[in-house]
Design a protein. Structure first.
Length: 664
């Protein structure tokens, strides 16, 4: 464990510090306004530190630091050291895929555009990145029809230059023939500037210039040249139409969207130039450190703009201001060479674009989490790792996970989701309406749900029979509060029958901590299933796994396939429980609002709500609109309107006296 340096030896100045292990490997790199104050926070009771911080301090042998003149320099130095050493306890950012860029080799005598991937090179201007390589190839194809720049390799260009004969692209008018001197440097350079202006989002000046040149050519009776300019203008407009998102003003800015959990985050950066989205960057973040969203954004902005091919815009929109706003802004100013504002959009087109970036980040995050479980080998590794980590007798091919959802004790529901071979088996999902627990008691509710599920297992095993179609548990016919989500129909067996609960889980997973685990163990012991059904609980705090017989929770490796699988199952159980709770709550609130209307039964109520788009639309409807509904008796329509717009009942008794007193 690292020994604390004497406080007097640590400078009270800005700088970067590094925790180093006994073999000289850098474990962690940080920055501080005051090295003395920041480093002092690490040398305290390990129980008061975050678990990963305590682990880092325990593995470190000593700490080093570098003093700089300002906080912005400390931020830059921290970034450079992280890139150099790749410390295991620092946040790591990586591209979620190799997005293509559209590059123009401006350093060449005859620049050429090309779709490229990989590392950036000097003497090349980059535009993008673009999430869809097909779209950018189509855009480039449209531009080259009227701006016939060369697209051949340097070797091919030199070959035709030596031969004195152009290639086929020249003959089909897809190249202007610079290799054989058919175009001058000035004209070729103008075409390159026009193409780069379009890719940078400056389409309005380009269109105006083309329209003006076309008019001048037509006035001079140069109709062939006017036709070529017309074709260029149409190509620019057609390529510009591919862009689907734009602001109402021609501004230059970047928009950052983030989706995260305790371990990882997905980041999407939309590059907006001249009011149009001209590129998008996707990043995945391994949150080795315990960071808030504000702290994470500071790290992300530094990394994104350390080597920004699109440059640093004058405005960056983020979902939350970075924790070190002043240092981050100073760093961005130094990278841009001018003022940079970091803001949170509140309304209008910028807020809408920020919401789009956040939605894209969420979708990228979900795709990343699911991709790890997409192939059979990955799933097999996850199940094998889970068996070893939890010391299970066999690989848990069937996992059942349970979660509870409620609102202050009302509409209490439980969910059961099933994963077989590490894939969701939605036809086996179940909902439970908690019937015997008054008030807010998650432990008692979990005990009821587990008892009902495991009792059903024992009953079906004992009877050896299968339940005919249409029995309890079918959608629309719940039994004892149980409801099934069955997108593709129930799991059917021969003879038109199916089994509901006859398959025991090889791992019973609970969303919660030690308390939920004890509840599950108590139910298993009472039903005599403790030796047959392994059980575990996954707590959201630090993603710790509680298992029977261990005083301390298991902390699975952050990048392990086993932990990813447990998180996926737990998150699905939570989603399933919350969605059902919201459905029940919405139905209850709607039903209570329309209770007591004469002549309005369940079918008419459902049809009326569907026709008017819900309770809000029904309240907004006038009396004449309700009476005019063709299939609803006029008296019932009038009653619905009167019921929804009835004034509050007059106060009586004590309430009347209280109101009179308050009014006085």
């Amino acid at each position: 464990m690292v020994t604390r340096p004497p406080p007097s030896t640590i400078p009270d100045s800005p700088g970067s510090y590094q925790f180093v292990d006994a073999e000289g490997r850098v474990l962690y790199v940080g920055k501080a306004k005051s090295l003395r104050q920041r480093l002092g926070a690490y040398f305290q009771d390990p129980q008061l530190l975050a678990p990963r911080t305590a682990q880092m301090v325990a593995q470190a042998d000593h700490v080093e630091w570098v003093v700089v003149d300002s906080e912005a320099e400390a931020l830059l130095l921290e970034h450079n050291l992280i890139q150099q050493h790749q410390p295991r306890f620092n946040v790591r950012l990586k591209d979620d895929k190799s997005y293509p860029w559209l590059a123009v080799t401006v350093g060449d005598e005859w620049p050429r555009p090309a779709v490229v991937r990989g590392r950036k090179r000097a003497g090349v201007r980059y535009f993008g990145p673009y999430p869809n390589v097909g779209a950018i190839r189509g855009t480039l194809d449209l531009l080259l029809r009227s701006y016939p720049l060369r697209t051949c390799s340097d070797a091919k260009f030199r070959t035709h230059e030596r031969l004195g004969r152009p290639c086929l692209l020249f003959h089909i008018e897809r190249c202007c023939g610079p290799c054989v001197g058919r175009v001058g440097h000035e004209e070729y350079g103008a075409m390159v500037e026009d193409v780069m202006g379009f890719l940078a989002g400056r389409t309005a000046p380009l269109e105006q210039a083309l329209e003006r040149a076309m008019g001048e050519a037509a006035a001079a009776l140069e109709f062939e040249r006017a036709a070529r300019l017309r074709d260029r203008l149409e190509a620019v407009r057609a390529a510009d139409a591919v862009r689907q998102m734009e602001l109402d003003r021609p501004e230059d800015l970047d928009v950052v969207g983030v989706a995260e959990d305790e371990l990882e985050a997905a980041v999407q950066v939309f590059h907006v130039r001249a009011g149009k989205v001209v590129g998008r960057l996707g990043l995945l973040v391994d949150k080795v450190e315990d960071l808030t969203l504000a702290e994470l954004l500071g790290r992300v902005l530094v990394d994104v703009y350390a080597d920004a091919a699109n440059g640093v815009p004058p405005q960056v929109l983020v979902p939350e201001l970075p924790a070190d706003l002043d240092e981050t802004t100073a760093y961005l100013r130094s990278r841009r060479g001018g003022p940079v504002a970091v803001r949170v959009p509140r309304r209008g087109a910028k807020r809408a674009l920020a919401d789009t970036a956040a939605r894209n980040a969420h979708e990228a995050f979900v795709r990343h989490r699911l991709a790890r479980m997409a192939d059979h080998n990955s799933r097999a590794r996850a199940l094998e790792a889970l068996q070893q980590a939890l010391e299970l007798p066999q690989a848990p091919l069937r996992i059942e996970c349970y979660d509870m959802s409620h609102l202050q004790g009302t509409d209490y529901v439980g969910s059961m989701v099933v994963f077989e071979d590490a894939l969701a088996k939605k036809q086996d999902y179940r909902h439970f309406r908690v019937a015997t627990v008054p008030g807010n008691d998650d432990y008692a509710a979990m005990e009821e749900v587990l008892t009902r599920r495991l009792t059903a297992l024992l009953e079906e095993e004992g009877s050896g029979t299968e339940e005919p179609d249409g029995g309890a548990g079918q959608p629309g016919q719940p039994s004892a509060g149980e409801v099934q989500e069955s997108p593709g129909g129930g799991a059917r067996l021969g003879g038109g029958t199916r089994r509901r609960f006859a398959y025991p889980p090889q791992l019973l997973l609970l969303d919660g901590g030690l308390g939920q685990l004890h509840v599950g163990m108590r139910v298993l012991d009472r039903l005599g299933l403790a030796d047959r059904v392994p059980i575990a609980a996954l707590a959201k705090s630090f993603e710790e796994v509680y298992v029977p017989g261990r005083a301390e929770p298991l902390r699975l490796p952050r990048q392990s396939e086993a932990l990813y699988l447990l998180q996926q199952v737990r998150d699905e159980a939570h989603r399933f429980a919350v969605s059902y709770h919201r459905t029940l709550r919405g139905k209850r609130m709607t039903a209570s609002a329309l209770d007591g209307v004469p002549g309005l039964g369940p079918r008419r109520r459902a049809r009326l709500l569907e026709q008017f788009g819900g309770l809000g639309g029904l309240r907004a409807a006038s009396r004449d609109e309700l009476v005019a509904v063709s299939w609803l008796p006029a008296s019932v329509g009038a009653a619905v309107h009167a019921h929804l717009h009835a004034p509050l009942a007059p106060a009586t008794g004590t309430n009347r006296a209280l109101r009179a007193k308050v009014g006085a």
